[in-house]
Design a binder for this molecule. Sequence first.
Ligand SMILES: [Zn+2]
Length: 586
Amino acid sequence: MRVDAPVPAAVFEQQLAAEGFDVLFGATPDRPGPPWSVELIVLPAERAALAARGLTIEVIAKGRPFADILAEQSAARGVPSGYLDNAGILAELNSLAASYPALAQVVDLTTTYGTPATVEGRHLYALKISDNVAMEEDEPAFLMVAAHHCREVVTPVIALDTANRLLSTYATDAVVRAAVDANEIWIAPVWNPDGYNFVFTGDNLWRKNRRVFGGDIGVDQNRNYPFGWNTGCSGSTSPSSNTYKGPSPGSEAETQTMVAWSADRRFAMVLDFHSRGRETLWGYACPSTPVDTLWRAKATQLSQASGYNGDERPPSADGEHYQWQFATHGSMSFLTETHTSFQPTHASAMAEAATVWPGTLWFLAEDMPLTGTVTDGCSGLPLEATIRVTSLGFTEGEVIVSGGAFGRYHAFLPAGVHTMRVEATGYTTRDVQVTIAAAGGTTFDIGLDAVGSGAVVFCNATANSTGQVPTISVNGSSSIAQNQFTVVVERLPALQLAFLFMGQNFVQRPVFGGVLCIDRQSYRFPLTPVDLFGYTAQTVDLTQPTHQLSSVAVGSTWGFQLIYRDPAAGGWGLNYSPGLSVTFCP
Ligand SMILES: [Zn+2]
């Protein structure tokens, strides 16, 4: 692990060694001024003792081979030969796009999204890989990003190797072809280009970006994300620290570009590479989440498929990129720590890329547990909606989002029955219930009604003999053209008789055991039984004047109410559902 040193590294190394710690002397550069840090090998109890002193700790490897440690310590300063710098990586991306023009495109994200360039004026780039790459297709977006921490030079090697393999074997490998055909794959090899440049030209163990704060330099880009930025486990508030989280959430140009890009693409799957450690990270450091069991199980599978024996752990901090992707988009999102060394030989990095490649292919073939679209219930046009899972105990304001050309959303949620609240500007908020299957992925499309149209409960009912107030709602749509309109009433006394009626004269008047909401009924539907679970549903054919109306006109508003037998009700033993007002659209 690495610990931030309050005094120059050489001094702190001596202090810790005198206390009996196993110090890796000289593992980090000693500078004239902070930040200083010291690396050491600890047992869990020793780590806890250091954490209890308030020192900032980062676990960087578990059980590293001693040969790697010796090699790193004895290595001359400087990145080993064979690694590409910024210009080399961009040239490689352009070369791939030129070689596979139908499958790959280089995108200048900074220009595309109009976000600020880095403090040293650099842009951020990604390679898009998909069949019909120039088209916007209704496919899940997969993001692989590397080098948020610039000294982790193995990670861009893995990103480029992945791009190479996807493109060069597309024509011959059915598994690769299926992955490329079914997904929109985005690969961003270097998310910290200023720092990455400095790794090649200044200090090869530099971690942060290069923004200047008085006498200090750099924000830890994997602590700067605007989620979990302020938990008890977020990054350091000191610009001298190697884990400085920045002056405000999302303060850095690189973070802002990721925020804009992700809002546009809504990545269903995210794989963020770091080094070192050979394990997959999931979840938050401080708060727990209601999906931790699923998140950990998938991390174990990803680690297993990536050649890392199923090793996984929660992260060491909050405010990290992959956490933000999950919490603000619903992404299935992981961080993989790769290799056992920051800067092994290039040949060793290439061997590591080959090791993790099956894990990436495995991930690309995984089904999202839940996907669907959110659209205008009348026009079918896609909507940008915010979805909150209200039946799980999320505590940090986590949301799922829909949008884009298809109104698609993706959600990383466990199997089971969930209630989701769906909100979009200008539309009536809707609570929907969805059952996510244990395997295979579940599709669930959601229609919303524009404010002023659609279905609204307008008249309240009284509790019945079940002790509950009945609910009334619409399954389907208030679109006459779609003709999928069913009125559903729940929480009724089981095995009774009921009938639905409709009309346009709205009232609110106590009658029998309940409240009448529609006077002078235009039409009574036939008697219908209430089932064992206190539920009844009446499908209304909007195209046929079976209800003795000339038509249900576009823009006309009708009220629906159910009258039902309730043995315990007073009067005639009759009661009413709430009233539902529906304005029909084309
Ligand atoms: Zn890292």
